[in-house]
Design a protein. Structure first.
Length: 320
């Protein structure tokens, strides 16, 4: 059942704002994050993760590793999306010949279907990609272990898809191997968008409104001043500034976007639902910023079923 949240925080993105989920391809990622600098940072991280602590005489090799990693990540995202959309044959076609020799297409599809309901419940969310150091000297990275999470927003259990992306040949090609599925307990409050929301909320409880404002998305801060933010907090009363926050849902509608739904409870017992919309500068970067806040002014009953309760928002003079 669709919930009607409101009123929204009166922060609207600038006219040229493009949601992170709509950016795709290396060129657009470079435009957002400054291309060469991003690659160098990625490569440095890979070098340390792989245990390659040698000094490299030139950054060309490091940049090459960065380019490889971006391509491997794109390939992994395509594989995960194929499974999420039900294109199992397309996913199998992306696997290496070695993998195909160990597992037939029918066996692969049969295994995937055991997790079909969860895989199709939400878009895949990248948990991590780790480089594997090769046997050669220097930075020799040609394999990446990749993990994706699948779970509906309110699920307390998730399926973790793990696989290796292997680079072979010249020009290089990228194949998938070592595919595993694992059901795990999910800690909603520990996921990156939720921890950002909790940090924002803690700053409000301490009265550090400037610090909380600083955690909001850059587009919103350039369009909205501190006075408007404080006016919003005053309008919401204790719900935002003197309450306990409990994470109820964390959803990922598309790459680079997240929705966090929480309940805020004041000392007086008032309870309200607050929805946070977050985004990253580019898909798959764990740098979440709050882009919108939608508190529900009216109290909701204790122990209510958030999946079926529908409460109309109070009129606070703003509209979506």
């Amino acid at each position: 059942m669709r919930r009607n949240f409101g009123p929204r925080l009166a922060f609207e993105p600038p006219s040229d704002y493009v949601p992170a989920g709509q950016t795709s391809g290396a060129k657009k990622i470079w435009m957002v994050l400054g291309g060469g600098c991003l690659l160098v940072l990625i490569a440095i991280g890979i070098a340390f993760a792989a245990g390659a602590f040698q000094v490299v005489s030139c950054c060309n090799q490091a940049k090459d590793i960065g380019v490889r990693t971006m391509e491997a990540q794109n390939r992994g995202a395509e594989f995960a999306m194929n499974l999420s959309s039900g294109d199992y044959e397309g996913a199998y076609a992306m696997t290496t010949e070695e993998f195909k020799g160990l597992k037939s297409k029918d066996d692969f599809v049969s295994e995937v279907k055991e997790y079909e309901k969860v895989l199709q419940s939400s878009p895949p969310q990248l948990m991590g990609i780790n480089a594997r150091q090769g046997s050669g000297e220097g930075l020799d990275v040609k394999r990446w272990r990749t993990n994706y999470q699948f779970a509906a927003p309110a699920d307390t259990e998730m399926v973790v898809l793990s696989f290796d992306i292997v680079m072979t040949g010249e020009p290089p090609t990228f194949g998938v191997t070592g595919v595993d599925f694992d059901r795990r307990t999910r800690n909603l409050a520990a996921e990156a968008p939720a921890t950002e929301v909790m940090e924002f909320h803690r700053e409000l409880q301490r009265g550090n409104y400037e610090m909380a404002f600083g955690r909001l998305g850059e587009g919103f801060k350039t369009e909205t001043d501190m006075a408007a933010f404080k006016a919003f907090l005053q309008d919401q009363g204790d719900i935002m500034t003197d309450s306990e926050l409990e994470i109820k849902e964390v959803g990922y509608p598309n790459a680079g976007r997240a929705t966090v739904i929480a309940t805020a409870t004041t000392d007086s017992g008032q309870k309200a639902v607050v929805q946070f919309e977050l985004a990253t500068p580019a898909p798959n970067l764990p740098m979440w910023q709050i882009m919108a806040i939608s508190p529900m002014i009216e109290s909701i009953p204790d122990d209510s079923d958030m999946g079926s309760t529908e409460v109309e928002p109070a009129d606070a003079g703003t509209s979506d």
